[in-house]
Design a binder for this molecule. Sequence first.
Ligand SMILES: [Zn+2]
Length: 267
Amino acid sequence: MSKLVVLTMFLFSIELIPEKKCYDPGEVFILRAKDKNVILKDRAIGPIKSEGDFNLFLVAGDLFEKKTSIYLPETRKTLILNICKKEFPVRKYYFPKELVDLSPEDLKRANEEKERFDRIWETINEKSYLEGSFLLPVTGIIKFNFGERRFMNDEERSPHTGIDIHTDEGTPVMASERGIVVFAGNTFFGGNSIVIDHGMGIYTMYFHLKEMFVKEGEVVERGKIIGSVGKTGRATGPHLHWGLRVAGARADPISLLEVFKKLEKKR
Ligand SMILES: [Zn+2]
């Protein structure tokens, strides 16, 4: 962290949890300040909770970002946080060509679904549904991590923007935190997919489900069984793809679990 950032934080009592020289791509962190909101990419984000005169904001840089800049309107300061350089592992898959090349209809469908999801990530719900911390939606073996690069038949595809938790088909999947279901339906890549809006720009997603037990518009409590592990959509075996967006940024869900542990330790 630069001397200027440290000095600014000292003068204006801004705290970052965890405090680091640089953050991993997509790493989630908490900013503690007196401001009522923070500005991230021209959008105002409200606090996830208050502690006396201070507010706590959940922020993350995007997977591909080199720096994250956060403006504090009342403190009138811009914090510029460095993102560390990280080499992600490469995964190579080989499939018959007809399974990789999408038909015009499938491509149209996949693009429409991507647009619908993008509209969801762009929406920042001012209402916070958060109660405490997030939980791992299902236990299993994490075989494919956030940010890993994918090659299909030697052609680079989009990186992995969630984690894959492998376990038996039919294993119950829980809501990671309290929130409102903003998507529950079938998509080309994700199969049976659920997206939960936790408020303040925080969304978790649950893909490849076998069954879905919730509907759009339903408020779900932390730990509620929302579906079961499956292999619907483009999945080679039963697993849960668990993803996270924070104010539009593709963020690492594991760091979301860790940041709340660090916060609890500090209190
Ligand atoms: Zn995945």
